[in-house]
Design a protein around this ligand. Structure first.
Ligand SMILES: Cc1ncc(COP(=O)(O)O)c(C=O)c1O
Ligand SMILES: N[C@@H](CCOP(=O)(O)O)C(=O)O
Length: 466
């Protein structure tokens, strides 16, 4: 399998290099040159497989001969073995044909574990084979950070630096990142927002001179193709559990960086019958505004009760734009350069095509709270604020009530007690036993100004391998 950049200028790479490269040298994101396609018969034959075996079937075509089958299978087994639920991604029914896919049964209680517990293993495997080390730099609005740290903390070949927006993640999220011991783990609280953190990460990939040319920079954000690849699997798993591929499914996906829903779009292109994909955003709703009015325009970022989705510059949207533009990298490059200066639109027929693929809804804090309350009253089931946005968008956008509508449950409610309290519920979601003493653990992080040089200088002082 070869991978090409969405901006058309960087060299095509194989899986191993894509895994280690993160952002392409032309600033674009890597995507597979072509997608594997599975027939209904083949998908049907996967019924009853364990999660890790299904993951192998879906992912191995992307990995190809970069990793021997036996080693990849073992990595998958180890990855999903640490999940707290036997089903790995259990489905919870809210109503007739209405489901939540719980993606928060991994070690850090968010969907990020599905890809990041694997990514840590993949990186260590490839670095060991090459006899190399890497400096990982990642940006988080709360969940990627802890999942990446958990996924990489035992890696022998990496230093990891995670940037989060100072005072803009929940206390549980911050503590999950900052209480992990290890002299290769570094948390930086940037006095800015998530977009500032992500901008610094992308700028560092774009100009790596601060690394001194001695060690490679690697990515754990969804700019790294391996993240998206691993997130495709649970669309197949959920569908197979509810009678797919012999019936079609609808998915509602709480969206920020557009990685998770892009994985759903790919699952559909790979042959899974999906009749509806709903983009569910909070008030940082650039994607919803684009889908409803063909105007891609950045607004001031708002702080909401769903902080993990407080994102304006949505990385993976570039991967969709690439497809919407007939995979013309030059057109995507120009469009995104213009988008950085002001509002842009795309040709009407391209936009109409995107509209056929996705529905969208923007949900404010008040409605998020109402949804948490309503689902708790009706089902005695506690939604985290991100999943609540997904459920609300699913209910608003649903086109066919005979089609199962599955909302991706992206985080555990215990990560966001303030949102649960804001919803007026007195119930306190409990942290699982392995995190019961989270508030007694010692924290370690450094607050830095919103300044790229300050961040890069900090990294250069603290990495071991460069
Ligand atoms: C809890 C939660 N839900 C939803 C999202 C949105 O996912 P994506 O960025 O893949 O769109 C994120 C992170 O972005 C998240 O942490
Ligand atoms: N919500 C994410 C933001 C980063 O997204 P990613 O999928 O690109 O890593 C977070 O919780 O950090």
């Amino acid at each position: 399998m070869r991978y090409i950049s969405t901006r058309g200028e960087a060299p095509a790479l194989g899986f191993e290099d894509v895994l280690l490269t993160g952002l392409a040298t032309d600033g674009g994101l890597y995507v597979p040159e072509s997608l594997p396609h599975f027939s209904l018969e083949e998908i049907r034959s996967w019924r009853g497989l364990s999660y890790s075996e299904l993951a192998f079937k879906v992912m191995y075509p992307f990995v190809d001969d970069a990793i021997p089958e036996v080693d990849f299978r073992q990595m998958l087994e180890e990855t999903y073995d640490v999940f707290a639920h036997k089903a790995i991604a259990p489905l919870v029914q809210l109503d007739v044909n209405e489901w939540v896919l719980e993606l928060f049964r991994g070690p850090t209680l968010a969907f990020k574990d599905f890809a990041l517990q694997l990514l840590g293993r993949l990186l260590d495997y490839v670095l060991e084979k090459r006899g190399e080390h890497a400096v990982i730099m990642g940006a988080t609005s709360g969940d990627t950070g802890s999942a990446a740290i958990e996924g990489c903390r035992r890696c022998e070949h990496v230093d990891i630096f995670i940037l989060h927006p100072h005072e803009r993640v929940s206390e549980v999220q911050r503590r999950q990142m900052t209480t992990v011991p290890g002299d290769n783990i570094h948390n930086i609280a940037v006095k800015g927002n998530f977009d500032d953190c992500q901008r610094m990460v992308k700028a560092s990939f774009g100009d790596q001179s601060f690394m001194g040319g001695k060690v490679r920079l690697a990515a754990v954000n969804s700019i790294n193709w391996a993240r998206i690849m691993a997130q495709i699997v649970y669309y197949f798993q959920a569908s197979l559990s509810l009678g797919g591929p012999d019936r079609s499914m609808a998915f509602s996906v709480p969206t920020g960086n557009f990685g998770d829903i892009f994985a759903g779009y790919l699952a559909k292109k790979m042959g899974l019958p999906i009749s509806q994909l709903v983009i569910a955003t909070n008030r940082n709703d650039i994607l919803h505004r684009f889908m409803s009015g063909n105007r891609y325009e950045q607004h001031q970022l708002e702080h909401t009760l769903s902080p993990s989705m407080d994102i304006m510059v949505s990385s993976n949207f570039e991967r969709l734009l690439f497809d919407m533009h007939g995979r013309d990298g030059a057109a995507v490059k120009l469009l995104l350069e213009n988008a950085a200066k002001g509002p842009v639109s795309i040709e009407d027929y391209r936009w109409r095509h995107a509209r056929k693929l996705f529905d969208s809804e923007s949900v404010d804090d008040k409605t998020t709270c109402e949804t948490i309350r309503q689902v708790y009253d009706d089902n005695e089931y506690l939604l985290d604020p991100h999943t609540a946005i997904g459920v609300r968008a699913a209910r608003t956008c649903r086109r066919d009530s005979s089609v199962p509508m599955i909302t991706l449950g992206t985080a555990h409610p215990a990560k966001f007690p303030d949102a649960i309290a804001a919803a007026g519920l007195s119930v306190r979601p409990e942290l699982p036993p392995h995190m019961a003493d989270l508030f007694e653990r010692e924290e370690r992080y450094t607050v830095l100004e919103n300044n790229l040089t300050a961040v890069q200088d900090f990294m250069a002082k603290h990495w071991k391998y460069a």
